[in-house]
Design a protein. Structure first.
Lengths: 111, 112
């Protein structure tokens, strides 16, 4: 499979659950990103990793914990989320600071 | 605080019409302006990355211009087709980091 893939595509979780979102890219890019898309709001950057090191942390609550074990994989670990965290979570990758390639997103619902 | 504004918020046109929308962004510390096309239930797809003042880029029936001194970019679609229906996003990056600041997008609907 090519491009940027994300799993799962849909996730429903309770506020006490722990879950993880996974992103994988096969494009040879060295930067990966997590974005949040809430209803009627712009895409918001959450985290950026460059060469597996976190270079941006956009004031995201600690209940979201990113992990980048290698340049092809990015995880977002979720713990004790709130209903207002329900949103579409998009992963992207890029070759340096150029054009970003997005995955299809995970639609998260927190009950 | 960086604000990226897009207008109009939504637009309905008839097949064959030409249309354009606007993105405004901070003119200081400019690095690049990105345009993306986002169809429902698909991934956002990059259209253009623009870096030079006065730049004009074209891909098929879609073109974009950039004015970094006054902080705006226009996206033009010539002879709109129903398959052009999507949300068009612009995003600004400054010189210091990897962050893209997105606008809310323009939702284009092309009626057959």
């Amino acid at each position: 499979e090519t491009g940027v893939t994300q799993t799962p595509r849909h996730l429903v979780m309770g506020m006490t659950n722990k879950k993880s979102l996974k992103c994988e890219q096969h494009l040879g890019h060295n930067a990966m990103y997590w974005y949040k898309q809430s209803a009627k709001k712009p895409l918001e950057l959450m985290f950026v990793y460059s060469l597996e090191e976190r270079v941006e942390n956009n004031s995201v609550p600690s209940r979201f914990s990113p992990e980048c074990p290698n340049s092809s994989h990015l995880f977002l670990h979720l713990h004790t989320l709130q209903p207002e965290d329900s949103a579409l979570y998009l992963c992207a990758s890029s070759p340096g600071r150029g054009e970003q390639f997005f995955g299809p997103g995970t639609r998260l619902t927190v009950l | 605080i960086l604000n990226v504004e897009q207008s109009p918020q939504s637009l309905h046109v008839q097949e064959g019409d030409s249309t354009n929308f606007t993105c405004s962004f901070p003119s200081s510390n400019f690095y690049a302006l990105h345009w993306y096309r986002w169809e429902t239930a698909k991934s956002p797809e990059a259209l253009f990355v623009m870096t030079l003042n006065g730049d004009e880029k074209k891909k098929g029936r879609i073109s974009a211009t950039l004015n970094t001194k006054e902080g705006y970019s226009y996206l033009y679609i010539k002879g709109s087709q129903p398959e052009d229906s999507a949300t068009y996003l612009c995003a600004f990056s400054s010189g210091s980091n990897y962050k893209l600041t997105f606008g809310k997008g323009t939702l284009l609907t092309v009626n057959p």
